[in-house]
Each structure stands twice: as structure tokens, then as C-alpha cells.
Write a protein that binds this ligand. Structure first.
Ligand SMILES: [Zn+2]
Length: 725
């Protein structure tokens, strides 16, 4: 079965993209003397050396919040000095003394950043937020110091033009090309005045992105909705009501009930709340969380950010920011991405109209004359129950979180790839609810370390993601240390931790990213594992979702506390139900992808118009093309679209849909070649899952399936029909 509703669109990868980052201080005069090794302050904190724990895992038993700022500062200074030494090398440029040397630079910074980035996202506090604010502009400036360093660029260019450069093959050739392209992308070919302008823009953009993220986290928390009586929460499970009561008590409002907001426009409780006023209240809190003035309003940030991004593209001689952003993608231009997205509009519009009519009928029975967006989820769930007799409360007992992980997610990987897992209780964690596992390769040798951080917390960003504490590289000799972070509702008062079906799918999804990191076998850190393009990186993760419903896997993990396996009939219903409500689940994702692309194909003048007015125009135009944007708003509205304003998915949200297509088409290949076999596992690992960015994406894909990607398996899986069908 292919349910990719929440899982496909919500989770994101926070891979260690900073591996290639680095250097320092805000834009200073170009005449400044080069830093020398002696200018680098001595640093002796916990990140000074590789950790002595297995796999060089971070030692959370000794790292303190106050350690990060000095470590980041020292890492920035050290990398800056290392990079300048490469640029100032009196020897003639070679691949090794220039391009490979850049890969070796910045070890201290990578060590601390890989840990800090996870903590500030998954377990933050005021101290870490302040460190983030203080260091993010410096990190951005460091990248400029590298990629706008003309001496360094000239050396890279000389290597590229040399006989040595032209003779390189395989991963070496890929490293040279991607390094060169990064320089051009970051403005290496601009003149001095333009470079100074670009540096200022980059600093401001980085500061705005951080400000947006912090405001949104705080604004989402502050927009939690308080209800006075239990009656207003009718329809929610007893456990959810107990959690709402506890949340209110924790906030000093004992006797009341608080529903926290999730990241998305639609809220999980909207499908259950029978009180229409409660639904409306929750929905409106969600869509208005960071607009309409007040302390958490993000629209001024959005406006400045969109304008600056458009100006930056112009400065680099490009038509728009999307073109700038897509320089290293599998999809090579905004036009191609937009054409791909537009291809879904006719079948999706037809599906939305059909479903809207069914829901309006169901609502009429409750005396509702006109269906509103806060009704869609509730009546969709009612119809789903009537049609499929399905209820989350029936399903959840079969999905114990740890059982799903160990006997489902891990089991599928063992059966397919031959790898095995052993829990390690001796490795320190940053939160007691986490677990750590050692991963062994098919020959029994140690392969990687894997951390799992399952539960929602007020100081954790929403969604789900994967990242590396340590990146695999044969150059450094490091093996991968990876982590998955989710937002599963924590168990209340010692009850069993249970996952929804969406959580289960998300666990498989994030573990697909983890496998991409675990199987990394590259020489260079910047080409290792998940260090791939936005519109490729979500392919292994969505591909891995398919394993959740392979019968042999499902029967192995979907068991309730009494040890009974989920009944076949119930699972069949889950599969059938997954094709219901595509109008909302796929519709909101497609609309968000189109909104993102519309924001990032503007010129500076257009980008500076009031954000809500622009969004309204975009939604009107989608409506004119047949989408029900009034009833089904985008999954994220502009003021809380974290992916595109602070998480690096700008002009990249389409990637989820593009990679979903790859995942369905790839799974179609697996099914046609004997299913979940060890031979197929080895083929998958050899063609793309263990390949990082050592080869061209389209080539890797063809090596796997033998053909270019095909849309049809995805349309079939989602049950999307063309008009008239
Ligand atoms: Zn993902």
C-alpha cells in the first residue's frame, strides 16, 4: 500500500549540509591580512578532538550547553585559517593540494555543528537559541570567505582546466565538478563590488531565516488552543483528552484543556472533534498563528526575505531565485518542475470535486448547509469510517513504537540488506527517551551507529528528520553516526507508547534516509550518503516506506500487547482507506509545492508585495485551474511555511512529489523483480542507496530500474483518476 500522506510531505532531512560550509566574521575589508595559523585561538573544549566513544559518537555525558559557542567560534576560525592556507599555498595547484584539501578542512567545525544543529532543532533552550542567533551569520560569512575567495577559485579553476583535472574519473571527477559549480553558484565570477553586495545580502538572509524559525516555533506554541470544558473536545479519545488536560495543567491552567498546534494547516484533532465551533477555533488558530499582527507575525520577515532572494538571483545574472536554487538538482529548471506539478492538476481537481460533493452530503445530515475547510477532515474521517469501518483507536494498539522500530523497520532492512542491529545502552544520549543501536554489515562487521528520538516535546521542532552526528568518509576514516527524530505523541502516565499509522509510515520514511547515511561508502564527505540534491534525497526515504506494508514485514511487527497480529481484514481496510481523501492529502501538498515555486519565480518588485495579498492571488489562480483551494488550503500557508523560509527547501518543496514518483516507480521495479529479496537489496545498495552523490542522479536511477522515471505507478498508487474516468 502507498500511503504517503503525512509521511511524504511532513518529514524532512536535516542532513549535515554544513560539511562543505565554513569560515568566519561578517564581511570585512578585502585588504585584511590573511589569517595565519597563529591567529587561530587555542581551543581545548570537548570538541577539540574526535570523541573517544565508539564511532566517535558525541559524548553527551560531558558536553554542556556552554560548550557550543566557544567550539563553534574556534571551529569557524580554524576552518578559515585552513582554507586560507590552501588559497595561499605557494605550490602550483593540484587536485590534492586544492580540491581534496578543501574536503579535509573544517574537521572541528563539522564535529560541533553536526551535534549543535541537532540539539537546537530537537531539544533546544534559550541558551542554544542564543548561540544559534549569534553564530549563524558567522557561518554564512565563512561560506562567503571560501566561495568568494578569488585566489582559491582561481586554483580550483586551474585544476579543472589542467590535464590532471580533465583526466579525473569517478568520484574524483564528481568532486571537482561539484566544487567548481558551488563556487560559481556562490558568486565566484562576480566583480569585487558585486561580491561585497552579495556578502551583505547573504548575512541578512541568514539572519532573517533564523528569526523566522524562532518566531514560528514560539508562535506555534503560543497559538495552542485552550478549551474550558471537556464537552468541547467531544470526539477525541480519552487519552488525547487526558493529554490536553495535562498540557493545560503544565501551563498553569488546571481544569482546562489545551490542544497544541502541529506544523501543518490541518490539525490531527480536526478529523475527530464533533463540536463544529471547536473545529473552527482550532483551524483558525492554525492558519492565523503567525500572521495578523502581534509578536509572532512573520509576514514582514517573509516579505524582506523573498525580495532579497529575488535580488540575489538578479545580481548573479539569473532570472529568479528558483533558477539559482536548482543549479544542482535532478530537475534542471523551474519550468520543468512547474510542468511536472501542473500535470497533476486535472486528475487532482476532478478527485477534489468528487470528494467535496460526498463530504457536503455527509455534512448536510448534520444540518451544515455549507462545507468549510474546518469540516473537511471531520467529514472525510466520518465517510472513511462509514466506507471502511476504520478507526485510529482500532489500529494504534498494533503499533507499539519500539516494536515497530525493532521488529518492523529494522526487520525489513535485515531481510533486504542483510544488516543487523544491537541495542547499546552504554552510549550517552541528549534525552532519556532515546535509544541507540549499533548496525552491523551483512558480513558481521561494524557499519554504523543509529539514534532514535521518537517523542514530541515543546522544545522540539515539528515534523520528522534525519541527520548525521558523524559523516562517513574514507578520506577521514569515519563511519556514519546517524539519527532519526520524530514527533510521536508521548505515552501518558506509563502507558504503552503507541504510533498512528502515519507515525509508522514516517518511521519507515526516516529510516530510508538513515539507510542512505548508513550505507554511505564515499571517499569525500561532501559526496557522502545523503549529501545529494533536494529532489533526490527524498527518494530513498519514500522508497523505504513501501516496506511497511510488505505482508512478511507487517505481520512481523504489527502486534498488540496480547501478541495478536493485526487482522488481515483491518490491514486491507487501511490500504483501501489510504486512497480515500487524496483531494486533501495530496491536494494540500501539491498546492504548497506550487506556492513555493510561485514565491521563488518572482522578480524583486513582485516579491516585495504584501505576502498575504500575493498568496491570495496564487490561490485564486489555482482555483481557476480547477483546484478547491477554498476548502483545501495549502499544507503550509506562507507565514508558517518553515520548509521554504528557514529549512532550505525554497524552490524545492516539489521535491517530495518528484521523489515520490521515483519511489513508486522504483518499487514497481522491485515488485516486478521478485519483491523484497536479498539479491534486490544488494542491487539497490549498489545502484543508489550506497552511492551518495558519486554519480549523476539520472544515471543512478537508470542503473537501478533500467529506465527513466515514469509517473504512472504514482497515479495508480494514489488512486488519482483522470477527468471522466
Ligand atoms: Zn524525508
Amino acid at each position: 500500500m502507498k500511503t504517503r500522506l503525512l509521511a511524504a510531505a511532513a518529514p524532512l532531512v536535516v542532513a549535515a549540509t554544513m560539511v562543505s560550509g565554513c569560515a568566519s566574521m561578517p564581511a570585512e575589508a578585502e585588504t585584511e591580512a590573511p589569517a595565519s595559523a597563529s591567529a587561530v585561538p587555542a581551543y581545548s573544549g570537548p570538541f577539540a578532538q574526535e570523541s573517544t566513544l565508539p564511532f566517535h559518537a558525541p559524548d553527551f555525558s560531558t558536553i554542556k550547553d556552554s560548550d557550543y559557542q566557544p567550539a563553534l567560534e574556534a571551529g569557524i576560525a580554524a576552518k578559515r585559517a585552513e582554507i586560507e592556507a590552501i588559497a595561499d599555498n605557494p605550490e602550483p595547484p593540484t587536485f590534492d593540494n586544492t580540491v581534496v584539501a578543501m574536503e579535509r578542512a573544517g574537521a572541528l567545525l563539522s564535529r560541533v555543528e553536526n551535534v549543535f544543529d541537532q540539539l537546537v532543532s530537537a531539544n533546544t533552550n534559550a541558551t542554544l537559541d542564543a548561540v544559534d542567533t549569534a553564530t549563524s551569520p558567522k557561518l554564512e560569512a565563512l561560506k562567503d570567505r571560501i566561495y568568494l575567495n578569488d585566489k582559491l577559485f582561481q586554483r580550483v579553476k586551474a585544476v579543472r582546466d589542467s590535464a590532471e583535472g580533465k583526466a579525473l574519473t569517478g568520484e574524483d571527477a564528481m568532486l571537482l565538478e561539484t566544487t567548481y559549480a558551488k563556487f560559481v553558484h556562490r558568486g565566484a565570477e562576480l566583480d569585487q563590488a558585486q561580491k561585497a553586495q552579495l556578502k551583505d545580502m547573504n548575512l541578512r538572509i541568514a539572519a532573517l531565516e533564523t528569526e523566522f524559525s524562532q518566531k514560528l516555533t514560539a508562535g506555534t506554541d503560543a497559538a495552542a488552543v485552550t478549551f474550558d470544558s471537556k464537552d468541547q473536545l467531544a470526539g477525541l479519545s480519552d487519552a488525547d483528552i487526558a493529554a490536553a488536560a495535562k498540557r493545560a495543567a503544565d501551563r498553569g491552567m488546571a481544569g482546562k484543556y489545551v490542544l497544541a498546534l502541529s506544523n501543518t494547516t490541518q490539525q490531527p484533532a480536526l478529523s475527530q472533534l464533533s463540536n463544529r465551533d471547536s473545529r473552527k477555533k482550532l483551524f483558525e488558530a492554525s492558519v492565523n498563528r503567525t500572521s495578523h499582527g502581534g509578536e509572532y507575525d512573520t509576514t514582514a520577515i517573509v516579505s524582506e526575505l523573498a525580495t532579497l532572494r529575488a535580488k540575489k538571483a538578479k545580481l548573479l545574472g539569473l532570472p529568479d531565485f528558483a533558477t539559482f536554487q536548482m543549479y544542482d538538482r535532478m530537475v534542471t529548471s523551474p519550468k520543468k518542475a512547474q510542468e511536472f506539478l501542473n500535470g497533476f492538476v486535472p486528475p487532482l481537481g476532478a478527485t477534489q470535486s468528487r470528494e467535496a460533493a460526498i463530504l457536503a452530503d455527509a455534512a448536510k445530515a448534520d444540518g451544515i448547509a455549507r462545507l468549510e475547510p474546518w469540516d473537511w477532515g471531520y467529514y472525510a474521517e466520518k465517510v472513511r469510517k462509514a466506507k471502511y469501518d476504520l478507526d485510529d483507536a482500532q489500529i494504534k494498539p498494533y503499533f507499539n513504537v519500539w516494536n515497530t522500530l525493532e521488529n518492523g523497520v529494522f526487520y525489513a532492512a535485515t531481510q533486504t540488506y542483510g544488516i543487523t542491529f544491537k541495542r547499546r545502552t552504554d552510549i550517552p544520549v541528549y534525552h532519556p527517551s532515546m535509544r541507540v543501536y549499533e548496525v552491523y554489515d551483512k558480513d558481521g562487521s561494524p557499519l554504523a551507529l543509529f539514534y532514535f528520538d521518537p517523542y514530541a516535546r515543546p522544545n522540539k521542532q515539528g515534523g520528522a528528520w534525519m541527520g548525521n552526528f558523524v559523516e562517513q568518509s574514507y578520506l577521514t576514516g569515519d563511519k556514519p553516526v546517524v539519527h532519526n527524530t520524530l514527533n510521536i505523541a508521548p505515552p501518558v502516565d506509563g502507558q504503552e507508547p503507541l504510533a498512528t499509522w502515519d507515525d509508522v509510515t514516517t518511521m519507515f520514511h526516516e529510516f530510508g534516509h538513515a539507510l542512505h547515511g548508513i550505507f554511505a561508502s564515499q571517499k569525500y564527505p561532501s559526496l557522502s550518503g545523503t549529501e545529494t540534491a533536494r529532489d533526490f534525497v527524498e527518494f530513498p526515504s519514500q522508497f523505504n516506506e513501501n516496506f511497511a506494508t510488505v505482508p512478511a514485514v507487517l505481520q512481523h511487527f504489527a502486534k498488540n500487547a496480547a501478541g495478536e497480529t493485526i487482522p488481515d481484514a483491518l490491514m486491507k481496510k487501511i490500504e483501501a482507506a489510504a486512497k480515500w481523501n487524496q483531494g486533501l492529502s495530496f491536494g494540500e501538498t501539491l498546492e504548497a509545492a506550487m506556492l513555493d515555486m510561485d514565491w521563488h519565480t518572482l522578480d524583486p518588485q513582485q516579491a516585495s508585495q504584501p505576502p498575504m495579498a500575493f498568496e491570495a492571488k496564487v490561490l485564486d489562480s489555482m482555483k481557476a485551474n480547477g483546484l478547491e483551494t477554498g476548502l483545501i488550503p495549502p499544507r503550509y500557508r506562507t507565514p508558517y511555511f518553515r520548509h521554504i523560509w528557514s529549512n532550505g527547501y525554497q524552490a524545492g518543496y516539489y521535491s517530495y512529489i518528484w521523489t515520490e514518483m521515483l519511489a513508486h516507480d522504483g518499487w514497481d521495479w522491485v515488485e516486478k523483480h521478485g519483491g523484497m529479496t536479498r539479491a534486490n537489496g544488494d542491487h539497490i545498495r549498489a545502484t543508489f542507496l550506497g552511492q551518495g552523490h558519486s554519480k549523476d542522479y539520472a544515471v543512478m536511477y537508470r542503473n537501478f530500474t533500467g529506465h527513466d522515471p515514469d509517473l504512472n505507478p504514482m497515479l495508480a498508487a494514489r488512486g488519482l483518476t483522470a477527468p471522466g474516468e
